[in-house]
Design a protein. Structure first.
Length: 444
């Protein structure tokens, strides 16, 4: 369902393109789709409302820059507004206090608190050169304490020795004392979680916060829980007061809605993002990337601007026509790759094409660097004209010959064909029906 967004927005764009002006009606039409997209990305209803109101007030009557269509202008406003709401500048963990600086990790069970505690401790140790002590306050599950100790060994961060029978507050105090004596810079306190927000959980976390005068209180939330994460964020912020959010499982199928909602509802910055189970799968939060994920739209405006600089209009028009008809053969791909080289490499262009984010990921996973573009073009030029027009003709023996002819490997030939198929599909999808998608954009 999420894939449909670029398409839907494209069709709205086309409508606007023909009219050529930003009236309230135009904007409302586009916003209906944006609203639907946000809801599908699991953004909380109240946030959707305030968001679309903001966009409307900016978009209606906005001056449309010459080089873009009104529709693209709307998308840019939506995008910019998303980025702003997600928090424009990068936020890091604040250690600006008398050491040892207590950092309290709170959240529901299974949200990733213990894992994130170890990840952050590792990061502060490796990147910032801090001495970190970790302590598990999870008194209900002895296995949880053990889990943190094991992670500690794994990341090379000390953990507070486990003493049975102590309360969470007692352990927290002991951790602070030990850190003071041991000359630690930071104390990371990993708390117990419950399946749902409950009073006992809140009281305990609030007590620990008070007892340690925690400098940071980080709410760890699972991005996959979407709207639920919002209730959690509101509950924890209202009761304990959080200073930031760590959003986990962004490597999963998270549509970014939780990030937008939580940020909007609490006003607290998303400080870090968990992107996997491994201890180094922790990243800074990039609002622009999440905005992209929510809109699935790519940076339309800069694509159009850069495309206009490098692609000569005639070729682009021809290409657009082919895309519209869903006829995108290997010659076209070679042509595009040539443009890619001009436009600053794969990384540059691919990220800007709507719907191509996934392919880009595949490409970077396959270790295909920008230098590959030349090899790919060599592969294509080793094919016959008929093969370039119809890659289905390529059987195993031909692929072997082509690989030899281009100084590459059969796997690379296969990868290229797969990539071409992926692109052709995306283009067919965008070219089919009313939506002109990239084709329409480039063909202007
Ligand atoms: P806690 O109950 O809040 O302490 O949660 P845990 O830290 O024990 O994590 C629960 C599960 O989620 C574990 O299997 C973790 O490996 C996994 N996990 C935590 N963070 C991430 C993440 O960012 N991505 C993925 N894919 N898994 C994660
Ligand atoms: Mg835990």
């Amino acid at each position: 369902m999420f894939e449909g967004l670029s398409e839907r927005l494209s069709s709205i764009l086309d409508g606007l393109t023909r009219r050529g002006a930003l009236t309230e009606e135009d904007v409302n039409a586009a916003l209906r789709e944006v609203r639907r997209a946000l809801l599908e990305a699991d953004v909380a209803l109240e946030v959707v409302r305030s968001f679309t109101d903001k966009v409307r007030s900016q978009a209606v009557g906005a001056n449309v820059v010459k080089s873009v269509t009104p529709g693209q202008m709307v998308v840019k406003i939506v995008n910019d507004q998303l980025v702003e709401m997600l928090g424009s500048d990068a936020q890091t963990i604040d250690l600006n206090a008398v050491p040892p600086v207590p950092i309290l990790m709170v959240g529901l069970q299974g949200s990733g608190k213990t894992t994130s505690t170890a990840k952050i401790a590792k990061r502060l140790t490796d990147k910032s050169g801090r001495r970190v002590l970790m302590a598990s306050l999870d008194t209900r599950r002895p296995a949880a304490m053990e889990q943190l100790a094991i992670l500690g060994k794994q990341v090379g961060v000390e953990t507070l020795p486990i003493v049975a029978g102590q309360s969470a507050v007692q352990i927290a105090r002991r951790a602070m004392d030990a850190a003071r004596l041991g000359g630690f810079d930071v104390v990371m306190l990993d708390t117990a979680g419950r399946v749902t927000v409950d009073e006992a959980l809140m009281t305990e976390a609030a007590e620990v916060k008070k007892a340690t005068d925690a400098h940071e209180v980080l709410l760890v939330a699972d991005a996959l829980t979407g709207q639920d994460a919002v209730h959690t964020a509101r509950a924890f912020d209202g009761r304990i007061g959080i200073t930031g959010i760590v959003l986990t499982r962004m490597d999963g199928d998270a549509r970014g809605g939780a990030a937008l909602s939580m940020r909007a509802v609490t006003g607290r910055p998303i400080k870090l993002v968990g992107t996997g189970e491994k201890v180094d799968a922790l990243e800074e939060f990039h609002p622009a990337r999440v905005a992209n994920r929510i809109l699935g739209m790519g940076d339309v405006v800069s694509l159009v601007e850069r495309a206009a600089e490098t692609i000569d209009a005639e070729k682009a028009a021809k290409m657009a026509e082919k895309m519209r008809k869903g006829k995108f053969d290997l010659d076209d791909l070679s042509e595009q790759l040539g443009q890619v080289e001009k436009m600053g490499g794969m990384g540059g262009l691919m990220g800007m094409l709507p719907g191509v984010a996934k392919m880009k990921q595949q490409i970077s996973q396959s270790g295909m660097a920008d230098g590959m573009v030349k090899r790919q073009r060599a592969i294509i030029s080793s094919m016959t004209k008929a093969e370039r027009a119809n890659p289905d003709l390529l059987k195993a023996s031909r692929k072997k010959r082509i690989a030899a002819g281009s100084g590459t490997k059969v796997e690379e030939v296969n990868k290229l064909l797969k990539m071409h198929r992926g692109m052709a599909d995306v283009m067919k999808m965008m070219g089919g029906g009313k939506a002109k998608g990239v084709g329409g954009m480039l063909g202007r």
